[in-house]
Design a protein around this ligand. Structure first.
Ligand code: NDP
Length: 277
């Protein structure tokens, strides 16, 4: 993949109202890009735009729900209308869910697919004609998850959405690579964000806090570096790399660890022994 520049480019970030997306928007702005920040919570976007513009950066907030194709098309139209081009699209918007498969509703399952998978598909469809019309093409970054490489219990919907996004992203990369359009898939491990509080957790369990989480700003800086020299994949940090390594060498071992880990995780049941519940 050829080297690119960041300064002076136009970067659209979905899910920019918090976490990885917010950090990514601020890091791109610091590196001299103009950013278009999207999400459903307008007040959060306004606050972010204020923060970026007060430090001399350029930002446009566009409220948009990525599960709605028309809103995603309007987002790309507004970005192009305002700045004249779209150099980089970062499909980052996502929601979490944890639920036993047989007990979760199909509506909840579809909501996860609509946001984590279809949202990115809609955005890619909308941005490709724009990138194809530009001499320098463009870069699409799809934020999957290490759970897009390895399935784990209670995450059937989330894993399905992230595997689907990873497969889509890899296929698209090979389809457009001769057109100066780069596609990077990102597979983060645990990142310190609100997603653990906002996720729809129907298990009655809490995730054991035993693995350190990567700061969102650190991942965001990697995404800026990647925009200079795009890679096919980013697997970050060590937790994700370890899971990927073991899963490639001995997937059966991880099956056993995940299956037998469940009783261990059950030990973290909210309020367990101490509250007597
Ligand atoms: P956050 O919850 O902090 O951010 C999620 C963002 O997605 C928010 O800005 C939210 O904005 C936006 N969003 C959710 N639903 C929609 C929707 N329907 N339309 C538009 N925007 C939406 O979580 P993270 O920063 O952690 O997550 C970012 C991405 O990283 C997700 O795709 C997640 O799956 C992935 N990831 C995160 C990991 C982690 O450990 N944190 C690990 C691996 C992957 P709003 O509510 O305003 O719409």
């Amino acid at each position: 993949m050829p080297a690119r520049r960041v300064r002076g480019t136009i970067v659209v970030v979905t899910g920019a109202s918090s976490g990885i997306g917010r950090a990514t928007a601020t890091e791109f702005a610091k590196a001299g890009a103009s950013v278009v920040v999207a999400g459903r919570r307008k007040e959060r976007l306004d606050e972010l735009v204020g923060e970026i513009t007060s430090t001399g950066g350029e930002a446009l907030g566009v409220p948009a729900d990525v599960s709605d194709q028309e809103q995603v098309e309007a987002l790309i139209d507004q970005a192009r209308g305002h700045f004249g081009r779209v150099d980089t699209l970062i499909n980052n918007a996502g929601i979490g869910i944890a639920a036993p498969f047989a007990e979760q509703s199909i509506d909840d399952f579809q909501r996860v697919m609509d946001t984590n998978f279809w949202g990115a598909v809609y955005a890619c469809r909308a941005v490709l004609p724009v990138m194809r019309s530009q001499d320098s093409g463009g870069l699409i970054v799809n934020v999957s998850s290490i759970l897009g490489k390895r399935g784990v219990p209670y995450e059937t919907a989330y894993c399905a959405s992230k595997f689907a996004l990873a497969g889509f992203s890899e296929a698209l990369r090979t389809e457009v690579m001769s057109e100066l359009i780069d596609v990077t898939t990102v597979f983060p491990g645990l990142v310190e964000t609100e997603i653990f509080d906002s996720a729809n957790n129907q298990t009655g369990l809490e995730m054991p806090d035993i693995v350190p989480k990567m700061p969102a700003q650190e991942l965001a800086r990697l995404l800026v570096q990647n925009a200079l020299l795009p890679q096919p994949e980013i697997v970050m940090a060590l937790d994700a790399q370890a899971i990927n390594f073991v899963n490639t060498l001995a997937p059966g071992l991880l099956d056993v660890m995940m299956g037998q880990g469940l009783p261990f995780i059950e030990g973290f049941r909210r309020g367990a022994a101490s509250s007597g519940s």
